[in-house]
Design a protein around this ligand. Structure first.
Ligand SMILES: Nc1nc(=O)c2c([nH]1)NC[C@@H]1CN(c3ccc(C(=O)N[C@@H](CCC(=O)O)C(=O)O)cc3)C=[N+]21
Length: 299
């Protein structure tokens, strides 16, 4: 068997087209564009690339993008003051502060200052609590994107299916487990201290991996016919491409998993593009809520 390769780029393009329609109707109804503010502190190369991609995607969807690039030595108090200013700015519907923040800034202190109704990363305690309680809130972008891809393949109801999430971060693992639980999957949350990761994985109809270890998940870990969602993005040396070259791989050994899975997300081109699409989705949803507008059903 050779698994279907789930095309995250094509899927994200569809989501972004839907959001562009919503953004256009929002602008007509609210008399202004929906707006996303992104804060980037320091000059981490990967973060620069992500923030640039977010800015471009936001503009392409017909939303306003406000970029705040600050030097690495910005005092925490200044950053918190900026977040408070954006909280009060009526043109800003979503605030994203790119993580990680450089030391000695306490990233959580900054994140928890964000107005929960503008917290498009879904990282405030209020949004985490809303998700846990089954209340409407804002769900972190990467798990939301994975949820969309899972629903697209398996439908909205995962009754009777087993799901294993490897990873337990606030940004991904914990919310991903909650979303699968809400869809009636039988969820196991695994992590670095799990005794038999391979054995747990081999029982999973849906395997979601977010550990940050290149190609850790091997062929024997995959239940035949499973849906495999690879959240890892690892840069490894690729001498076969020439001296000093690197390439991106996931947490799953793709070539091995492909022989057993029914479908699998590649890296790159899988979960990553969906993360940005979901950031736009969260922003347009936040904008409608802030204006007291209902989201049109099928845009
Ligand atoms: N507050 C905050 N929210 C985030 O959502 C957040 C963050 N901080 N810090 C960094 C991580 C990482 N992240 C990615 C987004 C898109 C791709 C993406 O589109 N990747 C492409 C290309 C990857 C490449 O070529 O480098 C792919 O996987 O195909 C990857 C990673 C969001 N993050």
């Amino acid at each position: 068997m050779s698994a279907e390769r789930i095309d995250g780029i094509a899927f994200a393009a569809k989501v972004r087209a839907r959001i562009a329609c919503l953004a256009s109707s929002f602008e007509t109804r609210a008399g202004r564009k929906a707006g996303l503010a992104v804060i980037l502190v320091g000059d981490d190369a990967a973060s620069q690339v992500y923030v640039g991609a977010k800015h471009k995607a936001t503009r392409e969807a017909g939303m306003a993008s406000f970029e705040h690039r600050l030097p690495a030595d910005t005092p925490q108090a200044d950053l918190i003051a900026l977040v408070k200013k954006l909280n009060a700015d009526p043109a800003v519907d979503g605030i994203l502060c790119q993580l990680p923040l450089p030391a000695p800034i306490d990233g959580d202190a900054v994140i928890q200052t964000i107005d929960p109704d503008k917290d498009v990363d879904g990282l405030t305690i209020i949004n985490a609590g809303r998700l846990l309680s089954g209340l409407p809130g804002i769900v972190p972008c990467t798990p939301l994107g994975c949820d969309m891809m899972i629903v697209d393949r398996l439908g909205e109801d995962l009754s009777g299916k087993t799901a294993l999430v490897i990873g337990r971060s606030n940004l991904f693992g914990k919310p991903m487990g909650q979303l699968l639980l809400q869809r009636n999957a039988t969820v196991t949350q695994a992590h670095s201290r799990t005794a038999d990761l391979a054995g747990e994985a081999a029982r999973a109809d849906i395997l979601v991996v977010a550990v940050g270890r290149a190609e850790m998940v091997r062929q024997e870990w995959i239940k035949p016919g499973a849906l495999v969602i690879d959240v890892g993005i690892n840069r490894i040396d690729a001498p076969e491409r020439g001296a000093g070259k690197t390439r991106l791989v996931g947490d799953v050994a793709y070539g091995e998993a492909e022989t057993r899975a029914a479908a699998i997300t590649p890296v790159p081109g899988g979960v990553g593009p969906m993360t940005i699409a979901c950031l736009l989705d969260n922003t347009i949803t936040a904008a409608h809520r802030r204006e007291g507008l209902t989201l049109p059903d099928a845009a």
